[in-house]
Design a binder for this molecule. Structure first.
Ligand SMILES: Nc1nc2c(ncn2[C@@H]2O[C@H](COP(=O)(O)OP(=O)(O)OP(=O)(O)O)[C@@H](O)[C@H]2O)c(=O)[nH]1
Ligand SMILES: [Mg+2]
Length: 196
């Protein structure tokens, strides 16, 4: 896809502030610090659009990036960051789940998983939840550049056992591995959107 514009349109910290626009939405979710924002930047070939950090728990709100003024990339706060106070974790969960459960505009979710560690128990919870709500998703195994080709293959096999019938794409924000394949999945999801 040719990217002609990408800009942060809204930072949302409360469900009542969600954009009222009805553009289709592509959601990026996963464990804290797994590389969600980096996937967004690398897909767009923009270094600093979505804020990245080596400090976990940096993305606090739901960020809506308007792409080509046609659809949104939605960057969610990561789950499972233990250092966050309990009350705040609860607030994040309410925000994320409230958004995911009640948003017909969502066309596809990208569950970002660290290729080195594979799906964690919280990723499995997320899977149950997405399945329960009939939300379409793919799994992106990121940071693949930190593994050998063989290890990447084994990681993809492991993920395929945990996520049978789900598209699994090894990815690296550093090398561009998987980029074209992820775009194809996004384009397919957008093409099915009734708003087009
Ligand atoms: N080697 C390598 N490092 C990566 C890759 N993707 C992300 N990183 C690094 O991982 C760290 C976290 O990346 P982010 O994109 O900020 O992760 P996030 O999931 O958005 O983090 P939170 O918003 O805090 O949950 C940063 O130091 C990135 O540079 C990758 O594909 N390869
Ligand atoms: Mg982030």
């Amino acid at each position: 896809m040719k990217i002609t514009s990408a800009r942060l349109e809204a930072s949302v910290y409360r469900l009542e502030d969600l954009p009222r626009e009805e553009k289709p939405e592509i959601v990026f979710l996963g464990r804290s610090n797994v590389g969600k924002s980096s996937v967004i930047n690398s897909l767009l070939r923009m270094r600093n659009l979505a804020r990245t950090s080596s400090t976990p728990g940096r993305t606090r709100g739901i960020y809506f990036y308007a792409i080509n003024e046609r659809f949104y990339f939605v960057d969610l706060p990561g789950y499972g960051y233990a250092e966050v106070p309990h009350a705040m974790r609860w607030a994040w969960r309410m925000l994320i789940e409230g958004y995911l459960a009640n948003r017909p505009q969502i066309r596809l979710s990208l569950l970002i998983v660290d290729a080195r560690h594979g799906p964690t128990p919280l990723d499995l919870q997320m899977r149950e939840w997405l399945d329960f709500h009939h939300r379409p998703y793919i799994v992106v195994l990121t940071k693949a550049d930190k593994l050998s080709a063989n290890e990447v293959r084994r990681s993809a096999e492991r993920a395929a056992r945990v996520f049978p019938e789900v598209t699994i794409i090894p990815y690296s924000a550093r090398t561009g591995l998987g980029r074209e394949e992820v775009w194809r999945a996004i384009e397919r999801a957008l093409a099915h959107s009734p708003s087009r």
